[in-house]
Design a protein around this ligand. Structure first.
Ligand code: AMP
Ligand code: MG
Length: 522
């Protein structure tokens, strides 16, 4: 049944009832009567966020979609959740995740938050298409993204399309494979129900998992409304669950919270810069209070190294350019500091906590770049020498627009400088790269070659989720071939392994890759 709401096409699906045509792929597995019972996954649901009370959310049930199918599944995330792997092959879970069936023990809700978008206060936003099912006894929250309309959908349709859902699924697991703090993705399921974007597309739902989906914007929401009691409830919830040391270390747990978030965010963005990841929409509503990479939209792993690269086609001013990310995180943290000020109560303390970001970021980035260069933590090196080595190579890479991932991987295989031909081949200015390679070899003189090589090979990935790889998986998935999603998942789960036979996925991007335009539309 099709109707319209605020001019947006919406598909209303009637839940299956006794005697109705059961929605299932394998009739032997599920009966229509089964759908009337809640699905017991054997998980213990605590619903901690739900217990905060309805100032923080609105209870909302997922809206069903017809004829669901599996697109991608992560057994690793199932293990994290304590969900036996057989569920990822079951019709029952498939139907529950598409909204046809309730998962026993969950209390689905859409949370309310606000935020700064592209540098401007945007007011109330909220989970417009994501529903929190609850948190399990092992400390993980489970969300369905694309599960339908909520009171916070504003002009949106509450849905997510196939292409962006595949990108979020794969990138969540790719970031985890790289050792970068991130929300995880259990699976992505699809339906042929049409969803209108610039063209007609189809719907999908990502089941994502994280210890918390609380964002900076949740704090901004209550602070901007002078709802200080709710602000404190939220801060206490986050401290008790995720930062208990903030109560022990200091007389001001809220300043300690701010500092802890600064440190985690510094580490996260240092990892982004080191691996060449561009987030694309670093609005404060997309910033995790746990310093996790969340809300994958128009993200991109750099192909050619371009420090000013803007991956979000909608970001015409380049606010979220690759080289601005550390400054933007700091700007976002200052919004969080402002929001927490009523609880911290002392501006000097808030500023001191905020300022820890700067040294933490520099230290984290330096440590990550050392590893990329093969210089172990214990190896002493003059910081001027290290800085000149790092700045030297980044400026050469930028000048010649060298492929960022391929450069670092080839350097890792260069046998401590004895076998650098494949690296030299990447540069036109051979004199410049030779001079840099000599400096690098000199820095590595005191490090056993095997040790440097091992460090570099486990730091510099062979496989990253380049835009064109995601695009190929999406095109195949549109034709109902999900094998490339599975292949990429396997490669990206251990991106520093060689994976013999899959070198094509570690190659330079094809020419058409530079024409891929990814915007906020998802
Ligand atoms: P994003 O840029 O994806 O982080 O989204 C910003 C805000 O818009 C969040 O509150 C989202 O929940 C909401 N939103 C984005 N897309 C949709 C959609 N298709 N339907 C409803 N809300 C949406
Ligand atoms: Mg978002």
């Amino acid at each position: 049944m099709k109707t319209t709401l605020n001019g947006t096409a919406v598909f209303l699906i009637t839940l299956p009832t006794m005697g109705a045509e059961p929605l299932r792929d394998n009739p032997s597995m599920t009966t229509a009567t089964d759908f009337q019972r809640d699905l017991d996954l054997g998980l213990t649901w605590l619903n901690t966020f739900s217990n905060l009370g309805e100032d923080f959310y609105t209870p909302v049930s997922p809206q069903a979609l017809p004829q669901p199918y599996w697109i991608g599944r992560s057994e690793a995330v199932a293990r994290e959740l304590g969900l036996p792997a057989h569920w990822l092959a079951s019709d029952e879970l498939l139907h529950a995740l598409i909204g046809n069936r309730v998962i026993a023990g969950t209390r689905p809700l859409a949370s309310v938050y606000s935020g700064h978008q592209f540098g401007q206060w945007a007011g109330q936003l909220g989970d417009g298409r994501a529903l929190l099912l609850g948190d399990t006894a092992n400390g993980l929250e489970v969300q369905l993204k694309g599960a339908g309309l909520t009171p916070y959908s504003r002009m949106g349709d509450g849905r997510a399309v196939l292409r962006s859902s595949i990108r979020e699924f794969l990138c969540s697991e790719a970031m985890h494979g790289l050792g970068i703090a991130t929300s995880r993705a259990l699976c992505v399921v699809g339906s042929d129900a049409p969803v209108r974007r610039e063209t007609m597309e189809t719907a999908a739902v990502v089941t994502r998992v994280a210890p918390s989906f609380v964002r900076f914007g949740h704090f901004e929401h209550f602070s901007y409304r002078d709802q200080h009691a709710q602000l404190k409830t939220l801060a206490d919830h986050v401290i008790d669950r995720h930062y208990p040391h903030c109560r022990l270390d200091t007389g001001n747990p809220y300043a300690a919270l701010l500092q802890a978030v600064c440190l985690r965010s510094a580490d996260m963005v240092a990892q982004w810069q080191a691996v060449g990841f561009c987030h694309g929409v670093m609005n404060t509503d997309n910033m995790s209070i746990l310093g996790l990479t969340i809300d994958y939209g128009p993200f991109q792993f750099l192909d050619a190294f371009d420090p000013g690269h803007v991956c979000n086609h909608s970001d015409t001013a380049g606010r979220y350019a690759f080289n601005r990310q550390p400054a933007i995180i700091y700007w976002n943290l200052s919004c969080l500091a402002q929001a927490l000020l009523p609880l911290i109560g002392d501006q000097t303390l808030a500023i001191a906590a905020l300022e820890t970001f700067k040294t933490a970021f520099s230290a984290a980035l330096e440590q990550k770049m050392r590893s990329k260069l093969g210089i172990p933590a214990h190896c002493e090196i003059e910081s001027v020498q290290l800085r000149s080595l790092i700045e030297g190579i980044l400026s050469l890479l930028a000048h010649e627009r060298v492929d960022y991932t391929i450069f670092w991987r080839r350097l890792s295989h260069s046998d401590g400088g004895r076998n650098s031909e494949a690296v030299r081949d990447l540069f036109l200015d051979r004199a410049a790269i030779d001079a840099w390679l000599r400096d690098h070899a000199q820095c590595l003189a005191a490090v056993p070659t095997q040790q440097a090589t091992e460090l570099m090979l486990r730091t510099n990935p062979k496989f990253v989720l380049r835009n064109h790889l995601g695009e190929q998986a999406i095109r195949a998935a549109k034709a109902k071939d999900f094998s490339l999603v599975a292949t990429l998942l396997t490669l990206l789960e251990s991106p520093c392994d060689e994976h013999p036979g899959f070198d094509a996925y570690a190659d330079f991007p094809p020419d058409w890759a530079s024409g891929i335009e990814i915007s906020c539309s998802s």
